[in-house]
Design a protein around this ligand. Structure first.
Ligand code: FES
Length: 104
């Protein structure tokens, strides 16, 4: 069994300010949101189709999918507008010493 632990994924100063940044971490393709309420991390792929949410519009709370305009709340992953219905899988994250970490 693999032990989960906090791992560094990107420096805070490398994030797009107030926007979403695409980060590759091993085999994972992540979306890191510099949101109004803090930093949040999810998988970058939309739950509706094969779109990368990092190409979508981010207003600081909601990410809009670039393909069909499905909407997700990045604080919870909740799908807020059709055609997105399945919640976005959020990844536990924190900021330590200026670095964004995820718990995996
Ligand atoms: S692929 Fe994202 S809403 Fe359809």
């Amino acid at each position: 069994m693999k032990l989960r632990k906090w791992q560094d994924i990107i420096s805070l100063d490398k994030l797009e300010k107030g926007d979403v940044t695409n980060v590759k971490f091993g085999a994972k393709d992540l979306a890191v949101y510099d949101a109004k309420d803090g930093v949040f991390v999810s998988h970058s792929r939309c739950t509706h189709g094969a779109a990368n949410l990092c190409d979508g519009y981010f207003d600081g709370t909601y990410i809009e999918c670039p393909l069909h305009q499905g909407l997700f709340d990045v604080r919870t992953g909740e799908a807020k507008a059709a055609p997105a219905r399945v919640q976005l899988k959020m990844i536990a994250s924190r900021v330590r010493n200026g670095v964004v970490q995820i718990y995996i």
